[in-house]
Ligand binder design. Structure first.
Ligand code: KG4
Ligand code: ZN
Length: 339
């Protein structure tokens, strides 16, 4: 299984990548601008954009890798979780390619893709790892004891942390996606300026679930007491305080899980893994606790097909394939591969 082409279309990024085993030869990502004026992703528009863009993006990925389709040995595609119509665009495309080239393909879980997106950048991976998966749709702590083996320790009971960033940014009148904007504005703010709540749910630290809906509501309540001018003037402080409340719980629970499960390694994945406070804070705490931290490269934090190809490679090299009956699963859960 030498050359793999991967496609990712689960949300609003149309992406294709070519890998030579676990090494990325090309990675093309087209972020759909069309959604920004709506302040969030419009599913029907996303599907149409994927259908329009997928062929030229795959062609470009093959071109940059200097490969012809006939040289490919396997294919990988995200089949969930995500938007149904968006996922279908990628899955149908890959199914067609698999038939025409007569090569195997594998459906990859998007969350698993994010995990392997982190591992793409690690020269040497050791297990067990406590993985914090933080994106626009997911907030989970996972114990990974080996390749393709996962135990979900906790997840959000309501909003994902990326959603808290995006919804918070919307309340503040900032653009979409809001995470990078809040991160940028928070650089010059005081994280202690506003006391936003931290939802620990259970103080003992043995409960790894999260809740982010209260944080967003407390921001709304706080903003309702200020006029527009005050909000603008205090924007960096509000962003820094909001970000600190969101990140503190993530750092605390990741470290608590690493201690409880005696994991010498922690890792973060997903779009929010690009957050500078989360990266720095975890780095400090892991250093103090003598635990390794695997940080993903920025380009592999948000949605991309290279991460799907890297995860797909783990299946394909073991001879685990999907077949033409593969469906899409908008709420697909992360499960371990059979040993
Ligand atoms: O993984 P991703 O591209 O898509 C999903 O699978 O959801 O993650 C997108 C999320 C958005 O919520 C975005 O606001 C957030 O990642 N994000 C960030 C940062 N960069 C992206 N959140 C906080 N700080 C950042 N620097
Ligand atoms: Zn994602």
């Amino acid at each position: 299984m030498k050359y793999i082409l991967a496609v990712e279309t689960s949300c609003d990024e149309t992406s294709a990548a070519v890998l030579q085993e676990s090494k990325v030869l090309s990675s093309i990502i087209s972020s759909q601008e069309i959604h920004s004026k709506f302040g969030g992703v419009v599913p029907e528009l996303a599907s149409r954009e994927h259908v329009r863009l997928i062929t030229p993006i795959v062609k470009k990925a093959l071109q940059e890798a200097d490969l012809k389709p006939e040289q490919l040995d396997g294919l990988a595609v995200t089949y969930g979780p995500g938007l149904a119509g968006a996922l279908l665009a990628g899955v149908n495309f890959i199914k067609g390619m698999a038939v025409s080239l007569d090569i195997p393909f594998i459906g990859v879980n998007h969350i698993e893709g994010h995990i392997y997106g982190n591992l793409l950048s690690q020269p040497e991976v050791k297990f067990p790892i406590i993985f914090l998966i933080v994106s626009g749709g997911h907030t989970q702590i996972v114990l990974m004891e080996d390749d393709l083996q996962y135990k979900i320790l906790g997840k959000t009971r309501d909003d994902a942390v990326g959603e808290a960033f995006d919804k918070g940014a919307k309340l503040l009148g900032l653009g979409y996606p809001g995470g990078p904007e809040i991160d940028r504005l928070a650089q010059s703010g005081n994280p202690q300026a506003v006391k936003f709540p931290r939802a620990y749910l259970k103080k003992s630290g043995s409960d790894y679930d999260f809740s982010y809906s209260g944080l967003k509501t407390s921001l709304l309540t706080y903003l309702n007491k200020l006029d527009k001018e005050d909000i603008q003037k205090n924007m960096p402080d509000i962003c820094a305080s909001y970000q600190a409340a969101a990140v503190e719980v993530l750092v605390h629970k990741t470290l608590a899980a690493a201690r409880e499960f005696k994991a010498g390694q922690t890792a973060i994945a997903g779009g929010v893994a690009a957050n500078s406070l989360l990266r720095n804070w975890l780095q400090d705490e892991c250093r103090k606790a003598d635990i390794s931290l695997y940080l993903p490269e920025f380009k592999y934090c948000t949605d991309n097909a290279a991460m799907i190809g890297r995860a797909g490679y783990e299946y394909l090299k073991r001879g685990i394939y999907s077949d033409q009956s593969l469906n899409v699963y908008p709420s697909l859960k992360l499960v371990s591969a059979e040993k």
